[in-house]
Write a protein that binds this ligand. Structure first.
Ligand SMILES: *Cc1c(COP(=O)(O)O)cnc(C)c1O
Length: 339
């Protein structure tokens, strides 16, 4: 299932000022240079052979926390003034954003608290504790954890670090776009895993500024694609959250979204949605043919190519956004044929 540019693009790029520009991303690149990994862009022999077009993979799986989110979190935290830093940081994410905030805070010597519900699995709790963050267990849902974040911000002036809808987060993720254009100046298409849209918005701003002809395609799962539903509706809407292999792509975009929604609306050329089997196929291919580990969210670009859901012409880059997948789920997919 796809929607075309004409449906999702309300206004052209020239008609409006977007919340993030190329200069913001260049500033972010200078800020985070010594603190995150400049990841490799590798040519995929198997996908190039399969499609008859050059396909390249951007390995954000090689970041220290196994996902690109270290870029945005580091940029947002470095940008804080001394007062905000001293008050400490807080977020409610238990996934890659939570790890990124914990890791960046530890690197910069700033205290961070990650709020989570009592239902979060012990291995996830320990992974974040190991990165030096304070863990605060509250309630029985992600909403309860977020309420605790809001309380700490309101009552104690602690600094919240949001997962995507923030100009410094988007600018940090956009540094991937600068690196891709540097490594592959004649790129034609970028395939980007899409959830809240921080990754897609950042890369799109950088790539479209430097290579206006390049196509930017967001990839989500069929089960609960919030940005796709919102762009179709013309405003941020809530979706029902469902179990998916691409668990890092779950969750809403925020009903008061003011950064990533307008950028995705202006700059995404298309959105592709994948079934669970197509996501599993992507994970398996990346393991067997590319010798890399990708989580479901990180495999959707390759899954979309294998499923024939994107038309390739010219040099294509798929972002392998992360590698943090539960070992039992991974083993099951690699050994089996079904999702
Ligand atoms: C967060 C995340 C995404 C989606 O990023 P958004 O900025 O929310 O669109 C994709 N892949 C992985 C591995 C992630 O952790």
């Amino acid at each position: 299932m796809t929607i075309m540019k004409s449906e999702i693009q309300a206004r052209s790029i020239e008609d409006q000022t977007l919340p993030v520009c190329l200069a913001d991303i260049e500033r972010a690149a200078a800020r985070i240079r010594d603190r995150v990994t400049r990841t490799p862009l590798v040519r995929s022999a198997s996908l190039s052979r399969l499609t008859g077009q050059p396909v390249h993979l951007k390995l954000e799986t090689h970041q220290p926390i196994g996902a690109f989110k270290l870029r945005g979190a580091t940029n947002a935290i470095v940008a804080l003034d001394q007062t905000a830093r001293e008050r400490g940081l807080v977020t409610a994410s238990t996934g890659n954003h939570g790890r990124a905030v914990a890791c960046a805070a530890q690197m910069l010597g700033i205290p961070a608290t990650i709020c989570m519900s009592s239902l979060v699995p012990a291995n996830k709790v320990e992974a974040i504790r190991a990165l030096g963050a304070d863990i605060r267990i509250v309630g029985v849902s992600q909403d309860d954890a977020q309420e605790e974040v809001d309380r700490l911000v309101a009552d104690h002036g602690v600094t919240p670090i949001p997962p995507f809808d923030h100009v410094d987060i988007v600018a940090g993720q956009g540094t991937i776009g600068l690196e891709i254009v540097e490594d592959l100046p004649d790129l034609s298409t970028v395939l980007i895993p899409l959830s809240g849209g921080g990754l897609a918005a950042g890369i799109a701003v950088a790539v479209k500024a430097l290579r206006p002809q390049a196509r930017i395609i967001g990839i989500s799962m069929e089960r609960g694609a919030a940005m796709h539903a919102s762009l179709t509706a013309g405003r941020p809407v809530a979706v029902r959250e469902e179990q998916t292999l691409a668990d890092s792509l779950g969750g809403g975009i925020g009903l008061s979204n003011h950064v990533t929604f307008p950028i995705c609306r202006a700059l995404l050329d298309d959105i592709v949605l994948l079934t669970e089997d197509e996501i599993a196929e992507g994970i398996r291919h990346i393991a067997r043919e590319e010798n890399e580990v990708a989580e479901g969210a990180g495999a959707v670009g390759v899954g979309a190519i294998l499923a024939g859901k994107v038309k390739l012409s010219g040099r294509t880059v798929a972002i392998l956004s992360g590698s943090n997948i539960a070992p039992d789920v991974y083993r099951h997919i690699i050994e089996g044929d079904a999702a």
